[in-house]
Design a protein around this ligand. Structure first.
Ligand code: SF4
Length: 230
């Protein structure tokens, strides 16, 4: 019996039932969800994720091919001139600070980590331009570690569905989510929630009519009960 059929329409669902339904739904419908950033090596992924802060994956995927052509690895980027990096990433948001962060990240990886992108969250967060979200993406996508990165989509979608309650910060949301999502699903859950936020539960106009998880969504249930009262 699936979680869908186990749910009783007349009963208020518990948080655990809500999580179980979502995990069951996405496991069946998008079991291999992954990043939409294009990369072939850990170096390329960390560059792409740094560039993706406040920028769309689509834009980043336009920037990275010529970037990786000119700077194919950590050593090349560590030796780069700021003006050359800036020129290639200037169509992205915050190109000045991203230029400094990319070169700084490459120098640190070259000088402290022997040119290898580290796999521990604390080491990753030691790199310029790498916060907790980026560190978790690298740890989970590259090194298969049980980490859940909370970006703006994950933060918004989790709050709307009711997977989190009154989370004030991404770290707060992360702590609430990891309590209910099994370790072996943490990495893919990040992609489920991002993709759901990008294509269905959009920031301005969530497409609730076509959303297949609406029956467990707190936002949807609240709005429906308001409509019924009026
Ligand atoms: S029902 Fe609406 S608010 Fe809820 S997850 Fe789906 S799109 Fe988002």
């Amino acid at each position: 019996m699936t979680n869908k059929s186990k749910l009783n329409n007349n009963k208020r669902i518990t948080k655990k039932e809500r999580f179980d339904f979502i995990i069951d739904y996405f496991s069946n419908n998008n079991p291999n969800a992954g990043t939409e950033l294009k990369y072939t090596t850990p170096y390329e992924l960390i560059v792409a994720v740094i560039l993706s802060a406040q920028c769309t994956d689509k834009r980043v995927n336009m920037i990275t091919p010529p970037f990786f052509n000119k700077f194919p690895d950590i050593n090349n980027l560590a030796k780069a001139e700021e003006k050359d990096v800036y020129e290639l990433i200037k169509s992205c948001s915050y190109p000045n600070s991203k230029t400094r962060n990319l070169i700084g990240m490459a120098k640190k990886v070259r000088d402290i980590y022997n040119g290898i992108i580290p796999d521990e969250q604390k080491d990753l967060m030691n790199l310029p331009g790498v916060g907790r979200k980026t560190a978790n993406v690298i740890a989970s996508v590259v090194y298969n570690k049980p980490a859940l990165a909370v970006d703006s989509h994950v933060f918004r979608v989790s709050a709307r569905i009711g997977l989190t309650t009154n989370a004030k910060t991404p770290l707060d949301a992360e702590k609430q989510l990891v309590k209910y999502i099994p370790e072996n699903k943490l990495s893919v859950a990040h992609h489920w929630l991002i993709l759901h936020g990008r294509y269905v539960c959009k920031a301005r106009n969530p497409d609730c009519d076509s959303c297949e998880i609406k029956r467990v969504c707190r936002y949807y249930q609240k709005n429906m009960s308001v409509l019924k009262k009026n």
